[in-house]
Ligand binder design. Structure first.
Ligand SMILES: [Zn+2]
Ligand SMILES: [Zn+2]
Length: 258
């Protein structure tokens, strides 16, 4: 049974746990070590139970608590350029990391992880999909400026998708962010707007899609109710469940049903 739990979501920190019951993978570690350990334990797991930590990119909201992995001896995986940036940011030349190339597939017992490149202003950003032998597929599309053909191809056939809905363009325009930052967020290497997320999901809907989780909402430039309303409308009358992730995460398991 493939399942996942959102430990944190948003520009203050991102971390998701993906598990089949025996293999437990943490994708990103962007909250403090203390918060990470608390939230892992709240799911009745010990930090030492983790099989691996996978990092999408080196932005602080994805690696803030990463040092915990070293103390528990959990292998951390990143692309070579991301690994280099992580070591620079941690000021630790010896920080142990395993590397893979963007586009590689990694296998952790019964879970196969497929990496794919995304357009984002980091050294070598990737996203992942997770599949099990039973055919369950979970796909991520977060921290990307725009979805390209590769994004659609990698996410096709997912039974559950976790998609970024970072900002409402109107709120961003009149909000507190300075013009350069607004430009960065709106740019091709920034983040997905609510409208971008909507059109991505329209292309991803299929008969076996059951769960859509909206993540990485901006605190200042978005509103959870607005996202919920827009996305729920797309799937009205279908069996798809729509969840909008709170910033502090949700201490519960979501099942990916093939
Ligand atoms: Zn980022
Ligand atoms: Zn981020």
């Amino acid at each position: 049974m493939l399942r996942f739990a959102l430990l944190a979501s948003g520009s203050n920190g991102n971390a998701t746990l993906i598990s089949d019951g025996t293999t437990h993978i943490l994708q990103d570690a962007g909250i403090s070590r203390k918060q990470l350990l608390e939230r892992i334990r709240s799911l009745n797991l010990c930090p030492a139970d983790l099989t691996a930590v996978l990092i999408t990119h080196e932005h602080t909201d994805h690696i803030k608590g990463l040092k915990f992995a070293r103390s528990y001896g959990i292998p951390v995986y990143a692309t070579p350029k991301t690994a280099e940036e992580i070591r620079l940011k941690q000021k630790d030349d010896d920080f142990p990391l395993f590397t893979f190339e963007a586009g590689d597939a990694l296998t952790f017992n019964t879970i196969t992880v497929q990496s794919y490149s995304v357009s984002h202003d980091a050294a070598d950003p990737v996203n992942f999909t997770y599949t099990t032998a039973t055919g369950a597929k979970l796909g991520f599309a977060t921290d990307l400026g725009h979805p390209c053909k590769l994004t659609m191809a990698r996410l096709a056939g997912s039974h559950a998708v976790i998609v970024e809905s970072n900002y409402c363009p109107d709120m961003l325009r009149v909000g507190p962010y300075p013009p350069f930052l607004q430009q960065r967020i709106r740019g091709k290497q920034g983040h997905l707007s609510n409208e971008d997320a909507q059109s991505l999901l329209e292309t991803l809907r299929h008969d076996r899609l059951r769960l859509v989780v909206m993540v990485h909402l901006s605190e200042k430039n978005n509103c959870p109710d607005l996202v919920r309303e827009k996305i729920t409308r797309i799937f009205a009358g279908s069996p798809v469940r729509v969840v909008v992730a709170p910033r502090d995460g949700l201490p519960e398991w979501f099942e990916v049903i093939p």
